[in-house]
Write a new protein. Structure first.
Length: 95
């Protein structure tokens, strides 16, 4: 019981400000109990969601872009402009 109280008071304002402390304590407990492979699976799913959202935003900002250009622009976001240019060449060459 003390651990739940600690989780509620320590994390409520910093992790999930829009979540009730009781619900946050349950979530934190479930995350702590998850196996390492399950935690890695969740991280992989989160990374895929981030990529999907980033590509969606790129499509909105660059509606005429080819799939290759969108992937190159995504590389800019994920790797940084300088490293993406070193790895894939300048963005202008992709258009």
């Amino acid at each position: 019981m003390n651990n739940r109280h600690f989780a509620q008071t320590s994390y409520a304002s910093s992790l999930f400000p829009d979540t009730r402390p009781e619900a946050e304590a349950v979530l934190i407990g479930l995350l702590r109990q998850a196996t390492p492979w399950r935690k890695l699976q969740m991280v992989g799913q989160l990374n895929q969601t981030v990529r999907t959202l980033a590509l969606s935003g790129l499509r909105q900002r660059h509606p005429q872009a080819t799939p290759q250009e969108l992937r190159r622009r995504l590389a800019d976001l994920l790797l940084g402009v300088e490293l993406a240019a070193q790895v894939y060449g300048p963005l202008g060459e992709q258009e």
